[in-house]
Write a protein of this length. Structure first.
Length: 370
């Protein structure tokens, strides 16, 4: 028989191991934080048509997604789901550069957008209701506009390396100001899907000292991929897997169940869950995406200056004839194998400063998942 001093030890060990086993059982369907380092580079050079320095011309962003950015403060001020949520957080630093159409002109052209640049940090939260196919992405932006954003140095430095014509009008760029912005984007899976195609709609609200706008649109995805509502876009991570159980099947929305091939929908629940679990762990993904969105701009600080300026602007943009409605179309592809991620996206939009004109740019992204 056990002596009296050993009983508390045995009882403590039993409680500990039962807790571990229960935790492992929860983790088998639970969600561990997503971890990735990613670089995004946007430029009008990354496209075949509309290769010109006008409107948005360059962007560079470095992003780290990691659980270390989760805390009580971020949970409070970054909007997300309160129940059945898989939450991921990231911190990034980025720069955006804007120019008028004629970069050879040294003097002010108040009929076109001015030179301007933004340099800022972004604190982001991706909150997914995996079972219903819903996502909220919220972002907090803090940075500077104007000379301290180093737009001239970066653009003309790149032009010098490529032996291109330098932009001559940066002396007229918008004055320095504060970027203090916040936005959130809601996306939902629609019930028009197959095992290799899906339809989503989204809406977004952005408020701040630089941008104030609303937008909505639709996005489509086709190819071999995992689940778009697992993390940011369904990126595979070896150390972050979900294993659905039979009890979880009833929680899946109609739209999520349409991702199961028709040949399996008449099979047993166990066979359907086996397919979903295999899909969630696809090490190799390759898919195309395309979409369209329409935005209404209440205020654009990239062309008019920050609402909190540190000094007056050199000139005022003539707002007559400027269109507040921006229509954008985009398409691209994503390739992932294990911890390596490669993406390309091309965007084409109407030029709100000149009726009937368009501008475009491409984005290349490289990610490492760890």
């Amino acid at each position: 028989m056990l002596n009296s001093s050993a009983k508390p030890v045995i009882l403590s060990l039993a409680i500990f191991f039962s807790t571990v086993l229960l935790a492992e059982e929860r983790d088998s369907i639970g969600y561990k934080d997503f971890r990735m380092f990613r670089i995004k580079q946007e430029n009008d050079l990354y496209q075949y048509w509309y290769q010109s320095d006008k409107d948005f011309t360059d962007g560079l962003h470095f992003e780290l997604m990691h659980g270390i950015f989760e805390n009580k403060a971020s949970d409070w001020f970054l909007i997300g789901f309160k129940e059945n949520a898989f939450n991921d957080y990231s911190l990034s630093i980025g720069q955006d550069i804007f120019t008028p159409e004629n970069i050879k002109l040294e003097m002010v052209d108040s009929s076109d957008r001015p030179y301007s640049a933004l340099l800022y940090f972004t604190y982001s939260k991706y909150s997914n209701n995996f079972f219903k196919g819903k996502q909220i992405n919220s972002n907090f932006y803090l940075g500077l506009s104007g000379k301290n954003a180093f737009g001239e140095e970066v653009q003309n430095g790149v032009h010098e390396i490529l032996d291109n014509q330098p932009a001559e009008g940066w002396n007229n760029q918008l004055s320095s100001g504060l970027m203090l912005d916040y936005d959130f984007r809601y996306k939902q899976l629609l019930p028009f899907n197959t095992s290799f195609f899906e339809t989503n709609y989204f809406g977004k609200v952005h408020l701040g000292t630089i941008y104030n706008y609303i937008e909505t649109g639709f996005e489509f995805k086709i190819g071999h991929y995992g689940d778009s509502y697992l993390n940011e876009t369904g990126i595979y991570r070896k150390k972050n897997t979900i294993k659905l159980r039979e009890a979880d099947f009833a929680n899946l929305s109609k739209a999520k169940r349409q991702l199961i091939p028709k040949r399996l929908r008449s099979k047993s629940v166990q066979e359907q869950i086996a397919y979903l679990n295999d899909r969630l762990n696809r090490k190799l993904q390759f898919y195309f995406h395309f979409g369209a969105q329409i935005s209404y701009m209440f205020y654009d600080g990239s062309s008019e200056g920050s609402l909190i300026q540190f000094s007056a602007n050199t000139y005022q943009l003539e707002s007559e004839g400027v269109n507040s409605t921006l229509v954008q179309g985009y398409y691209g592809f994503t390739f992932q194998y294990s911890g390596f991620l490669l993406g390309y996206e091309r965007t084409l939009a109407n030029n709100i400063y000149e009726d009937g004109d368009f501008f475009g740019f491409g984005e290349i992204s490289l990610g490492y998942i760890f």
